[in-house]
Design a protein around this ligand. Structure first.
Ligand code: 6R9
Length: 653
């Protein structure tokens, strides 16, 4: 077993040519940001972005926590990702697509330019999409999804991608909240060599009153789908006669680029709003620093574009820096757990980025698979989404990375736009399971919420960011109050509200940061955020449910599983419970999607509550883990309920 304390120094050969070569360079950069914050970011923005008009102001904090970056600057993010590369990279692969069934497409930067412009013209001419309009993208992992994103960026429309695993109700909620006028979808796609469908989910989501006027359907699996005349249009038909030239809209630095809905501890998912310049700047900078991607490298991130990782690290970041990004439609364990390694070998992948949950599954299903392939092209391995446990780290490092590739454990969130705390592969001595240090320019600190002071070594504190950064969330779509209460109301430093991530964290003796997990009612299932309140709201839709409390429980593969305690209105015994589980699962599938299905559902006679009626989730978490409740429960409304619940859970497990 690798001890957590073991330190892995960067490979000297790698460091020599890395973008950041040693810790001195790192500290110099970070100190220069501390000394002259606006100078640091202003220089970066001047160097990295092809401005249509230069910015006149770096950071405006006058309405903090609502901030503005690069005021006066004008740009277009699609140009930053495509046009500016045409001079030197027009025949370079921008996207290498591998389909579920092994079909491959290589899309050069020039191809990408044409596809995106045609798409943009289609949206403008046939769908009347204008600057500032919201466009929902509900798509499989196919190149057209990336074209759709960039086409929106090109004409100044705001896209909001909804993960293809979300249900019609979840899609409807997001459409309504964003007041989207267009949905871009596909008939479906392929998973494990079988077609699956998306269009029917869109049809359901648009039943009744909806702001959506038109639906664009990309044909991928050519299965039959229902068609609403005057609303549904075929992409493959409309795109045929579109011009491959489309002038890019001149956008302000702070014009919104996209919304991405994510779970919070309360209420419905929040529309995290990212704006143009700051987001694309940081997407590009972190690609260069954290993955150390070089001109001839091929980079692969296994995420889905429905999550922030797919936005920043499949599409925007790699393309902004002119890299080659691999996009994969399929399932990484199909046809067997050698699939990703076969792909690394085939495409000579240099940087591979995935989630610990995927590593655990690949390890379990195919411990010896990596050895069957030539993985010598790999230079950097990355993880994201949740803490990585030592056995998974060790296997990833030794079997996949051949012991030579640094593992960058990247800590960040939908709201942060890009990486926040992460090793730099040529510089940072790495400790397994530890996200290490804030990236240059990022003032991430672990604070004691009571005092706003830095936490002591070994004490869990709150993971905060004490200065605004360019890629930060700008607002919760249409809800400024929620932006403040969600992120700027828990911690103050020197009397000023600072950004709180919702995560706990801890410093070690070297000042390294280890993320200890969420401090709120958000659970992390396979690296995806799930709000307990959302799952509870879905379960409550069942007419026979009186009360419900959902908590996270450690899960060997998923990181955390979903555990629901349910009080039924009429409890008619065990036979009924089986039926109720089925009914509730169906409701969850309809309201949220399969990703929110509970791992455990236990029917109990009551929930532990304080006298003021607050559910004691802490106790429920302890019982879910199978541990003994040792804390004082005498103040509960009905202390005896704890033992009753615990014995029910024991009998179910
Ligand atoms: C990028 C992404 C964010 C939450 C975050 C934290 C957890 C992400 C992590 C990590 C430990 C890491 N998280 N990266 N925990 N180590 N390297 O995952 O965004 O879906 O918004 O989730 O994921 O709890 O707050 P998002």
């Amino acid at each position: 077993m690798i001890e957590k304390k073991q330190v892995f120094k960067p490979n000297k050969e790698f460091a020599k040519v890395a973008n950041i070569k040693n810790m001195c360079e790192y500290y110099e950069l970070q100190e220069s940001a501390m000394e002259d914050y606006e100078g640091f970011w202003g220089d970066a923005a001047k160097e990295k972005i092809d401005w249509i008009e230069p910015f006149t102001d770096v950071l405006d904090e006058s309405k903090a926590p609502f901030v503005k970056w690069f005021g006066g600057g004008k740009l277009n993010v699609a140009q930053q990702c495509i046009d500016r590369h045409l001079e030197t990279r027009k025949n370079k692969a921008a996207i290498i697509f591998e389909g579920d069934r092994g079909d491959i497409q290589t899309i050069t930067y020039l191809d990408l330019y044409k596809h995106v412009n045609r798409f943009a013209n289609l949206l403008k001419e046939d769908f009347d999409v204008k600057r500032g309009d919201r466009v929902i993208i509900y798509m499989p992992m196919i190149p057209e999804a990336a074209y759709a994103m960039l086409a929106c960026a090109r004409i100044g429309a705001i896209h909001s991608i909804v993960f293809g695993g979300f249900s019609s109700e979840a899609l409807r909620d997001r459409i309504e909240d964003a007041e989207a006028k267009v949905v871009i979808t596909a008939d479906g796609a392929y998973r494990k060599e079988r077609p699956y469908m998306l269009k029917p989910v869109v049809d359901e989501a648009l039943e009744g009153k909806t702001p959506v006027k038109k639906v664009l359907v990309v044909e991928r699996n050519n299965e039959d789908v229902a068609w609403v005349a005057g609303r549904d249009y075929s992409y493959n038909e409309l795109i045929k006669d579109k011009s491959s030239v489309c002038e890019a809209e001149v956008m302000d630095a702070e014009d919104p680029l996209f919304l991405l809905y994510t779970s919070g501890s309360t209420g419905k998912p929040k529309g995290v709003q990212h704006n143009s310049a700051g987001y694309i700047l940081w997407a590009q900078m972190t690609m260069e620093w954290v993955f150390d991607v070089k001109e001839n490298d091929t980079y692969w991130c296994t995420a889905d574009i429905g999550w922030i990782t797919g936005h920043t690290y499949i599409v925007y970041g790699p393309l902004a820096m002119g890299a080659t990004t691999v996009m994969f439609e399929g399932v990484i364990t199909f046809p067997d757990a050698g699939r990703p390694w076969a792909m690394v070998e085939d495409h000579r992948v240099n940087q591979f980025y995935t989630a610990p949950t995927a590593i655990r599954v690949l390890h379990k299903m195919g411990e010896d698979e990596p050895a069957k392939y030539d993985l010598s092209s790999l230079k950097v391995l990355g993880t994201v989404g949740e803490p990585i446990d030592p056995p998974a780290w060790k296997w990833y490092h030794e079997e996949v990375g051949g012991g030579r590739c640094p593992i960058v454990d990247t800590y960040w969130q939908t709201e942060t736009g890009g990486h926040m705390v992460s090793p730099l592969p040529g510089a940072t001595p790495i400790k397994p399971g530890c996200a290490t240090l804030p990236l240059p320019g990022i003032m991430a600190e672990v604070l004691d919420p009571a005092t706003g002071e830095k936490s002591e070594v070994g004490e869990t504190g709150y993971m905060c960011v004490t200065r605004p950064w360019p890629a930060q969330i700008r607002n919760v779509w249409g809800d400024e109050e929620r932006y403040i209460t969600s992120y700027y109301s828990d911690v103050k430093k020197d009397g000023r509200a600072v950004y709180f991530t919702g995560d706990g964290a801890m410093y070690d003796e070297d000042g390294y940061i280890t993320i200890t997990g969420r401090t709120d009612d958000v659970i992390n299932v396979s690296g995806h955020r799930m709000g307990t309140a959302e799952v509870e709201a879905a379960i409550k839709k069942h007419s026979n449910v009186a009360e419900v409390a959902v908590v996270g429980k450690p899960h060997p593969l998923k990181g955390e599983g979903i555990f629901a305690y349910i009080v039924l209105k009429e409890d008619e015994g065990l036979a009924d419970e089986v039926e109720e589980v089925r009914t509730i699962n169906n409701i969850i599938k309809k309201e949220i999607g399969n990703i929110a299905l509970c791992d455990d559902m236990v029917f109990v006679s009551g929930l532990p509550k304080t006298r003021s009626g607050k559910i004691m989730r802490r106790i429920l978490r302890i019982i879910a883990k199978g541990e003994v409740v040792t804390q004082d429960i005498s103040t509960l409304e009905d202390p005896s309920i704890v033992a009753t619940i615990a014995s029910k859970v024991q009998s179910c497990s």
